[in-house]
Design a protein around this ligand. Structure first.
Ligand code: PNS
Length: 162
Protein backbone atom coordinates (compact mmCIF):
# COMPACT_ATOMS: atom_id res chain seq x y z
CA UNK A 1 0.00 0.00 0.00
CA UNK A 2 1.52 3.31 -1.11
CA UNK A 3 0.24 5.91 1.35
CA UNK A 4 0.88 9.66 1.21
CA UNK A 5 -0.02 12.59 3.42
CA UNK A 6 -1.15 16.07 2.39
CA UNK A 7 -0.44 18.09 5.54
CA UNK A 8 -1.51 21.65 6.16
CA UNK A 9 -3.50 24.14 8.18
CA UNK A 10 -6.43 24.29 5.73
CA UNK A 11 -7.92 27.40 7.38
CA UNK A 12 -10.11 26.88 5.38
CA UNK A 13 -9.83 24.37 2.52
CA UNK A 14 -9.76 25.92 -0.98
CA UNK A 15 -10.16 24.56 -4.51
CA UNK A 16 -6.35 24.78 -4.76
CA UNK A 17 -6.04 22.21 -1.94
CA UNK A 18 -8.75 19.99 -3.46
CA UNK A 19 -6.95 20.00 -6.81
CA UNK A 20 -3.78 18.72 -5.10
CA UNK A 21 -5.71 16.04 -3.14
CA UNK A 22 -7.36 14.77 -6.30
CA UNK A 23 -4.09 14.55 -8.21
CA UNK A 24 -2.29 12.92 -5.24
CA UNK A 25 -5.14 10.39 -5.01
CA UNK A 26 -4.34 9.37 -8.58
CA UNK A 27 -0.70 8.70 -7.70
CA UNK A 28 -1.06 6.84 -4.37
CA UNK A 29 -3.26 4.03 -3.04
CA UNK A 30 -4.34 6.14 -0.10
CA UNK A 31 -4.02 9.85 0.68
CA UNK A 32 -4.39 11.16 4.21
CA UNK A 33 -5.22 14.85 4.47
CA UNK A 34 -3.71 15.74 7.85
CA UNK A 35 -4.63 18.94 9.64
CA UNK A 36 -1.82 20.28 11.83
CA UNK A 37 -3.40 20.97 15.22
CA UNK A 38 -0.39 22.42 17.04
CA UNK A 39 -1.77 25.26 19.14
CA UNK A 40 -2.15 28.51 17.25
CA UNK A 41 -4.26 31.47 18.17
CA UNK A 42 -4.20 32.93 14.69
CA UNK A 43 -6.54 30.47 12.96
CA UNK A 44 -10.10 31.45 11.99
CA UNK A 45 -11.46 27.91 12.39
CA UNK A 46 -10.76 25.34 15.11
CA UNK A 47 -9.01 22.09 14.13
CA UNK A 48 -12.33 20.21 14.46
CA UNK A 49 -14.09 22.70 12.20
CA UNK A 50 -11.32 22.46 9.59
CA UNK A 51 -11.43 18.66 9.71
CA UNK A 52 -15.23 18.65 9.37
CA UNK A 53 -15.11 20.93 6.31
CA UNK A 54 -12.34 18.82 4.75
CA UNK A 55 -14.36 15.62 5.30
CA UNK A 56 -17.35 17.10 3.54
CA UNK A 57 -15.23 18.58 0.71
CA UNK A 58 -13.40 15.28 0.06
CA UNK A 59 -16.39 12.95 0.48
CA UNK A 60 -16.36 12.24 -3.25
CA UNK A 61 -12.80 10.85 -3.22
CA UNK A 62 -12.73 7.09 -2.47
CA UNK A 63 -9.09 6.87 -1.34
CA UNK A 64 -8.81 10.13 0.61
CA UNK A 65 -9.36 10.34 4.37
CA UNK A 66 -8.98 13.25 6.77
CA UNK A 67 -7.22 13.22 10.11
CA UNK A 68 -5.64 15.63 12.59
CA UNK A 69 -2.12 15.48 13.94
CA UNK A 70 -0.04 17.31 16.50
CA UNK A 71 3.68 17.22 17.09
CA UNK A 72 6.14 16.42 14.35
CA UNK A 73 4.81 15.47 10.93
CA UNK A 74 7.55 12.86 10.59
CA UNK A 75 6.35 11.13 13.80
CA UNK A 76 2.82 11.06 12.37
CA UNK A 77 4.15 9.57 9.11
CA UNK A 78 5.95 6.83 11.00
CA UNK A 79 2.89 6.05 13.15
CA UNK A 80 0.58 5.87 10.12
CA UNK A 81 3.04 4.04 7.80
CA UNK A 82 3.11 6.96 5.37
CA UNK A 83 5.92 6.91 2.78
CA UNK A 84 5.52 10.34 1.18
CA UNK A 85 4.58 13.91 2.01
CA UNK A 86 2.78 15.74 -0.80
CA UNK A 87 3.13 19.51 -1.10
CA UNK A 88 1.58 21.76 -3.74
CA UNK A 89 3.85 24.48 -5.09
CA UNK A 90 2.40 27.71 -6.48
CA UNK A 91 5.77 29.18 -7.39
CA UNK A 92 9.29 30.01 -6.30
CA UNK A 93 8.22 31.52 -2.97
CA UNK A 94 6.56 28.26 -1.94
CA UNK A 95 9.61 26.31 -3.08
CA UNK A 96 12.02 28.36 -0.92
CA UNK A 97 9.92 27.63 2.15
CA UNK A 98 8.98 24.04 1.37
CA UNK A 99 12.36 22.70 0.27
CA UNK A 100 13.89 23.42 3.67
CA UNK A 101 11.04 21.59 5.43
CA UNK A 102 11.37 18.69 2.97
CA UNK A 103 15.09 18.45 3.72
CA UNK A 104 14.48 18.59 7.48
CA UNK A 105 11.78 15.89 7.28
CA UNK A 106 14.08 13.71 5.16
CA UNK A 107 16.88 14.27 7.68
CA UNK A 108 14.60 13.31 10.59
CA UNK A 109 13.20 10.02 9.27
CA UNK A 110 14.05 9.67 5.57
CA UNK A 111 10.46 10.33 4.52
CA UNK A 112 10.29 11.65 0.95
CA UNK A 113 8.49 14.84 -0.10
CA UNK A 114 6.79 14.95 -3.50
CA UNK A 115 6.12 18.41 -4.93
CA UNK A 116 3.16 18.92 -7.24
CA UNK A 117 2.86 22.19 -9.15
CA UNK A 118 -0.57 23.69 -8.54
CA UNK A 119 -2.82 23.91 -11.57
CA UNK A 120 -2.61 27.34 -13.22
CA UNK A 121 -6.32 27.81 -12.46
CA UNK A 122 -5.59 28.03 -8.73
CA UNK A 123 -1.97 29.24 -8.67
CA UNK A 124 -3.01 32.54 -7.04
CA UNK A 125 -5.27 30.98 -4.39
CA UNK A 126 -4.24 30.68 -0.75
CA UNK A 127 -6.38 30.44 2.38
CA UNK A 128 -4.76 33.62 3.74
CA UNK A 129 -5.48 35.69 0.64
CA UNK A 130 -9.03 34.34 0.37
CA UNK A 131 -9.65 35.36 4.00
CA UNK A 132 -8.17 38.81 3.44
CA UNK A 133 -10.19 39.43 0.27
CA UNK A 134 -13.40 38.16 1.92
CA UNK A 135 -12.86 40.27 5.04
CA UNK A 136 -12.56 43.37 2.84
CA UNK A 137 -15.74 42.58 0.91
CA UNK A 138 -14.16 41.11 -2.24
CA UNK A 139 -15.70 38.31 -4.30
CA UNK A 140 -14.29 34.89 -3.41
CA UNK A 141 -16.78 32.86 -5.43
CA UNK A 142 -15.22 29.89 -7.24
CA UNK A 143 -12.10 29.83 -5.07
CA UNK A 144 -13.44 27.39 -2.48
CA UNK A 145 -16.47 25.09 -2.14
CA UNK A 146 -19.74 27.05 -1.71
CA UNK A 147 -20.48 25.60 1.74
CA UNK A 148 -16.99 26.59 2.93
CA UNK A 149 -17.43 30.10 1.50
CA UNK A 150 -20.69 30.45 3.42
CA UNK A 151 -19.07 29.30 6.67
CA UNK A 152 -16.15 31.67 6.10
CA UNK A 153 -18.39 34.68 5.47
CA UNK A 154 -20.47 33.79 8.56
CA UNK A 155 -17.35 33.48 10.75
CA UNK A 156 -15.93 36.78 9.48
CA UNK A 157 -19.27 38.50 10.18
CA UNK A 158 -19.30 37.04 13.71
CA UNK A 159 -15.74 38.24 14.29
CA UNK A 160 -16.56 41.72 12.95
CA UNK A 161 -19.55 42.11 15.28
CA UNK A 162 -17.79 40.68 18.36
O1 PNS B 1 -0.71 24.98 5.57
P1 PNS B 1 0.55 25.27 6.32
O2 PNS B 1 0.32 26.25 7.46
O3 PNS B 1 1.69 25.66 5.42
O4 PNS B 1 0.96 23.86 7.02
C1 PNS B 1 2.15 23.76 7.75
C2 PNS B 1 2.34 22.34 8.30
C3 PNS B 1 1.20 21.99 9.28
C4 PNS B 1 2.36 21.33 7.18
C5 PNS B 1 3.71 22.39 9.01
O5 PNS B 1 3.74 23.47 9.90
C6 PNS B 1 4.06 21.12 9.76
O6 PNS B 1 4.46 20.15 9.15
N1 PNS B 1 3.87 21.16 11.10
C7 PNS B 1 4.12 20.02 11.98
C8 PNS B 1 5.31 20.28 12.90
C9 PNS B 1 6.60 19.84 12.23
O7 PNS B 1 6.78 18.70 11.84
N2 PNS B 1 7.54 20.81 12.12
C10 PNS B 1 8.80 20.61 11.48
C11 PNS B 1 8.70 20.87 9.98
S1 PNS B 1 10.22 20.58 9.16
Amino acid sequence: MRRAVCPGSFDPVTHGHLDIFERAAGLFDEVVVAVGTNVSKTKLFTPDERIEMLREATSGFDNVRVDGFSGLLTDYCRKESIQAIIKGLRGGGDFEYEVQMAQMNSHLTGVETVFLPTSTTYAFVSSSLVKEVASLGGNIEGLLPDFVRERLLKRLAERASA
